[in-house]
Design a protein. Structure first.
Length: 85
């Protein structure tokens, strides 16, 4: 029983850390790095549910941050890192 409670607490602590990382990382003007490709993108616009990113070549694309149920996809925080300038 205690292991179950500990797992639940760990899950919510991890979700909170992911949400905070997303809030700090996806702010207009900041740069983020894709862990999958290694490319760096500039955050152009942040709106409820999506982020507009611009690559070095000027190509823009949106990153959907919401699930079909309307909740925040915190797993995105595992695929992106902030770029410290």
């Amino acid at each position: 029983m205690f292991k179950f409670i500990r797992n639940i607490r760990n899950y919510f602590a991890q979700e909170k850390a992911r949400r905070e990382k997303l809030e700090l990382m996806f702010q207009e003007g900041k740069r983020v790095k894709s862990l999958r490709t290694g490319r760096v993108f500039k955050v152009v616009l942040t709106d409820l549910g999506f982020v507009l990113l611009e690559g070095a070549s000027g190509i823009q694309f949106t990153l959907d941050c919401m699930t079909p149920a309307g909740t925040l996809r915190t797993d995105i925080a595992d695929r992106w890192d902030p770029v410290i300038s």
